[in-house]
Ligand binder design. Structure first.
Ligand SMILES: Nc1nc2c(ncn2[C@@H]2O[C@H](COP(=O)(O)OP(=O)(O)O)[C@@H](O)[C@H]2O)c(=O)[nH]1
Ligand SMILES: [Mg+2]
Length: 451
């Protein structure tokens, strides 16, 4: 897979966030880094003689001035993150020292790295494929344990191997189709049903990965939890209690909340987006009615519904509202205002029940536990990046098309062309095809500098 033996120009970047801290890491990579840096590390042995991957404690000196006392380590190509010669320097942290070292390096002949340029070089030198490269970014920005675990799995290459197997299977199928087309007399004839079955199998594989990946994507981007229920049940009070600030307006006048409020929080380690909505009831007020209409649109997207009820609405009536809305997907029933009454232990229908007082803030741990249980029923198996989702969706479309054409009795030549396009999508996904500038841009544009 390494496609470019040439090594890049020497680049440098601060790999840790700027600011006060014990240490900062400055990363360099490219051809000539050792020669460029050698004069800055006086002492014995000189930098070119340092044993690779071995930490050295040194003073860094530039134009007669001591910049800092640092730890530094040299990596010799190709055994480095980028596959190039690299030197990583651990300076003291803070606003001054790392910047001084960085400036010295720029003057010594380094160029400041662009966002994601280290990882880009790792891809160009075959150290990782684009699927893994995107996992690097996701690992760094991930806001939850689960998200980090999935990103690490992808970084390990486990997912790539699975995608490579799908591509191999498709390629094998394509080869056999082409053999039928090109050498019909030399190879044993294959019935269309056999191709049909194998196409279907490949399609199912792609669909499975897509389904899991889309679920994982939603997980990383946080599940949507929507608060609904009769007016005055305390939805807005609960919303404020969960996000920990007075965001929604709370009043004793029913029908106060009309717009949808949306807040993202990490609730018990799960990234969740909570939506506060207008109360569900029949209303003559057109503004409130519009609010209720919008709830429907958001209900369809939500991963979980919290149905909030309280003694303000008779139980039978609350149950009627609940039934009328006929929520699809998981629902948790919440009895609010338990500081005022003892709620029934269960509700009609097999819905998990949580009793709490939003105003007093009691029962929130129960809610957290229930959310965790309900949302974790099937933890995601994988995450696909937006880019990889697009490739898989394109592959699915191609396979569906090929399948349809074969079923319609179209010539194998036509079917094979479409299968080839599906193979190409998988190859672009894995970086087996030469990656165009545009593809690389798409992957690395949102990286941080130093990655
Ligand atoms: N006693 C009690 N009152 C509450 C509780 N939660 C909300 N309320 C009150 O119920 C009224 C309606 O609350 P609000 O959050 O605006 O309800 P919403 O219409 O469902 O958004 C307000 O007067 C709140 O102070 C609670 O846990 N206990
Ligand atoms: Mg409200």
């Amino acid at each position: 897979m390494p496609r470019s033996p040439s090594h890049g120009d020497p680049i440098v970047a601060l790999a840790t966030p700027p600011g006060v801290g014990a240490l900062a890491v400055i990363r360099t990579s490219g051809s000539g880094v050792v020669d460029l840096l050698a004069p800055l590390f006086p002492g014995d042995p000189p930098l070119p003689a340092w044993q690779p991957r071995r930490m050295m404690l040194r003073e860094m000196v530039f134009r007669g001035e001591v910049l800092d006392q640092v730890m530094a380590v040299r990596f010799a190509a190709p055994a480095s993150y980028t596959g190039e010669d690299m030197v990583e320097i651990f300076t003291h942290g803070g606003w001054t020292v790392p910047r001084r070292v960085l400036h010295a390096l720029l003057e010594a002949g380094f160029r400041e790295a662009r966002p994601g340029e280290f990882t880009l070089r790792a891809v160009l030198h075959g150290k990782m494929d684009p699927v893994q490269a995107q996992a690097v970014h996701e690992l760094v920005v991930s806001g939850s344990e689960e998200g980090a675990r999935l990103a690490l799995r992808r970084l390990s290459g486990e997912d790539s191997r699975e995608y490579a197997a799908i591509r191999e299977a498709l390629l094998g199928l394509l080869m056999e189709m082409e053999a039928q087309i090109d050498f019909p007399d030399d190879v044993p004839a294959v019935e269309p049903e056999v191709f049909h079955e194998r196409l279907e199998h490949a399609l199912r594989e792609v669909e499975r990965v897509l389904e899991e990946g889309e679920r994982g994507r939603r997980w990383v981007e946080s599940h949507q939890v929507i608060l609904v229920g009769p007016p005055n049940a305390g939805k807005s009070t609960l919303f404020n209690a969960i996000i920990g600030e007075e965001r929604a307006i709370v009043t004793e006048i029913p029908g106060t909340t009309r717009d949808i409020l949306r807040e993202r929080v990490i609730f018990e380690g799960i990234p969740l987006t909570f939506l506060d909505t207008a109360g569900l009831r029949a209303t003559p007020d057109p503004v409130e009615a519009e609010g209720i209409r919008r709830v429907q649109a958001h209900l369809d997207e939500a991963d979980l519904v919290l149905f909030v009820a309280s003694p303000d609405t008779p139980h039978e009536e609350a149950w009627e509202v609940f039934r009328t809305w006929n929520f699809r997907g998981p629902v948790v029933w919440i009895w609010n205002k338990t500081d005022q009454y003892d709620p029934p232990a269960s509700v009609p229908g097999a819905v998990p029940v949580v009793s709490l007082s939003a105003r007093e803030g009691t029962g929130l741990e129960d809610l957290a536990r229930t959310l965790r249980e309900v949302l974790l029923i099937q933890p995601p198996k994988r995450v696909l990046s937006e880019r990889d989702l697009l490739r898989f969706r394109a592959a699915r479309t191609r396979l569906q098309e090929a399948h349809g054409r074969l079923a319609a009795g179209q010539p194998l030549e036509v079917v094979a062309l479409v299968v080839r396009e599906a193979v190409r999508e998988m190859e672009e996904l894995l970086g087996i095809e030469d990656l165009s500038e545009a593809v690389l841009d798409e992957i690395f544009s949102h990286f941080c500098i130093g990655k």
